[in-house]
Write a protein that binds this ligand. Structure first.
Ligand code: DAH
Length: 341
């Protein structure tokens, strides 16, 4: 029986080796390993062998079964690989077929609004100014007339890196930096657009958002210049019929200070849900630069005056495009982002 097993081994191996395609391989599997296959038959007839030979024959027969299974598997793989190679050889590349189009990206709505704001103010003679997002307590608060114990700090809590450094809570510190850089030269006319950070998070507030700061300092700047500038901005940004309203307010770094409203862009001023029936929408804070702020930045408040304003860019974009939830700006949903061209 051992001789028979050896014969079977040689035959099966040769047979598998000689196979030319997957069909033949299948046949070889059935012939040797199938239910009625030769090796199976041999194993079944094990009972007729002398009892002392059975374990050796059984062991060898099982080892052969495994070996043949492995050989069939390898053969199958090499037949499949060869077939793939043939397919590739026969394939022709038609260079005249149209390619798949590349997806063209587009600007984020906040980028679009920022570019528009820049264009308006640059057109009025303002320069672009920049400041760091990690700001010192001095520039973010102290120099803006907000000392450590001032209650205005409560509304602007942020991430502190150390006691002296924090993520800036507004773009107003760039006012100080811009003046320090230019003092005592006049005029100063700058805008700064950038990211600011606060401890806020809901449908109309995010812990990171964008602001645009404006500053003009000269020997004869008045509140009328502020009004004229912001009125022009509102009309350029939201349309020629825009009205602007100044309400008295308070900011530590301006005196006097105002909050500025535009006539509601949804209803034109007659009152609707968006403007809570008031006909007005608040868009920014502004005022005349506080003499102390001019002084710490290198300007003599007796010889120069200035105006400043600060607005939230998300708010402008939400009004302009009728967006109800600020979080949409930052959730990277292409269905939202694809709508702005
Ligand atoms: N920095 C203020 C804020 O974030 C906004 C602001 C108000 C800026 C009045 C100004 C200004 O320049 O004059 O709430």
């Amino acid at each position: 029986m051992l001789d028979k097993l050896k014969e079977l081994e040689d035959e099966a191996k040769q047979n598998i080796e000689a196979v030319k395609d997957l069909d033949e391989l299948k046949e070889a599997r059935v012939r040797f390993l199938g239910k009625k296959g030769e090796l199976t038959k041999l194993l079944r007839s094990l009972g007729s062998a002398p009892p002392e030979d059975r374990p050796v024959i059984g062991k060898k027969a099982n080892a052969l079964r495994e070996e043949l299974e492995r050989a069939i598997e390898l053969k199958e793989q090499s037949l499949r690989d060869a077939r793939k190679g043939e397919q590739w050889e026969n394939e022709r590349i038609d260079v005249t077929l149209p390619g798949s189009p590349a997806t063209v990206g587009q600007k984020h709505p906040l980028t679009l609004v920022q570019e528009e704001i820049k264009e308006i103010f640059v057109g009025l003679g303002f320069q672009l100014a920049y400041g760091p997002e990690i700001e010192s307590d001095y520039y973010n608060f102290e120099a803006l007339n907000i000392p450590a114990d001032h209650p205005a700090r409560d509304m602007q809590d942020s991430y502190y890196i150390t006691d002296q450094f924090l993520l800036r809570t507004h773009t107003s510190p760039v006012q100080i930096r811009a003046m320090e850089k230019r003092a005592p030269k006049l005029p100063v006319r700058v805008i700064c657009l950038g990211k600011v950070y606060r401890r806020d998070d809901d449908a109309t507030h995010s812990s990171m958002f964008h602001q645009c700061e404006g500053l003009a300092v000269d020997s004869d700047i008045t509140f009328a210049d502020l009004k004229g500038t912001l009125h022009l901005f509102a009309r350029e940004m939201f349309g020629p019929g825009q009205k602007v309203r100044f309400r008295p307010s308070f900011f530590p770094f301006t005196e006097p200070s105002a909050e500025v409203d535009i006539s509601c862009i949804m209803c034109g001023g007659s009152g609707c849900r968006v403007c809570s029936n008031s006909g007005w929408l608040e868009i920014l804070g502004a005022g005349m630069v506080h003499p102390r702020v001019l002084e710490v930045s290198g300007y003599d408040p007796r010889k120069s005056t200035g105006f400043a304003f600060g607005m939230g860019i998300e708010r402008i974009a939400m009004l302009k495009y009728g967006i109800g939830d600020l979080r949409l700006f930052f959730s990277n949903d292409l269905r939202f982002l694809k709508q702005f061209n």
